[in-house]
Design a protein around this ligand. Sequence first.
Ligand code: ZN
Length: 239
Amino acid sequence: MKMSETRELRNERSLARLNKALPEIFPANVLSHALARRWTPPMPRLAIDSYWRAHPLRADRLCRALAAKSGAPEGWTWRLKSADEDGLAATFRAPPAPWREKAFSRGPGFCCVCGQPVYRLGWHADLWDRGPNKNASWHTACVTAWRLWNAPTDHLKLLKRRQKHRCAQSGARLWKTSEVDHRVPLFRVWREHREMAWPSLLAFWGLPNLQVINRDAHVEKCAAEAGTRRRITQPSPSP
Ligand SMILES: [Zn+2]
C-alpha cells in the first residue's frame, strides 16, 4: 500500500473518531485547522492542542491577556527560590508565575499560568456553560505560551519568518546560524524591572522581547552586556 493510501485510511478512521467525540459546540477555527492537517487528530483535545502548537504567538498574546484579567495575587512579589520554598523558580530565566506558587494557587479548575478558570477541553472560555473543569490546571493555550517563554529557540523558524529573514540588530540577511535573543536580556529584567507589575513583566518572555539576530551580532551584544554586568557588580574603586 502506498504511503498516501495509508494516510487516507488512517485519516478516515481519525475523522470518524473525532466526529463521534466532538461536542455539539466546538471552536470553528480549531475544527478547520484540524481538518486541514496532514494527519487528522482523532480526539477533540488533540485538535485543540494541535491548533495552539501551530499558533504559539497567538497563545502567547492570549495567555498574557488572560493574566492581565487576573492581575498579581495580593501580597505577591517576584522572588527567586532560596531554601525550600515551593513553586518558586530558581533562576530569573524562568518567567514569574505567581499562580504556580503554592501560597497563591487557586486550586483545580484554574490555570496555574494565567490564574483564570479553565473550561472543558482546556479551553479558556466557557462555550458549554458548564463552569470550570476541576480536572484541569492549565489552559491548552497557556501550555503553548509557557513552552515558548521557556524555550523560544524552538520557534526560531517562525520568528525568522516574521522578521522576513533579516537580522534584528544589523538588518543583514539572517544566516543559518542565527539565534533567538531577548532584546532586554533577562538578567536586566531581574535587576532593573523586577518591581514592574505582573503580568506586564511577562512581555519580556513573550514576542515583544524576542528577536532573531546573526551570531556575530549576538556575540557582540553579549560581550557588551557582560561588560555592563561587570561594571555593575564590580564598581570601580573611588578615586
Ligand atoms: Zn491560562
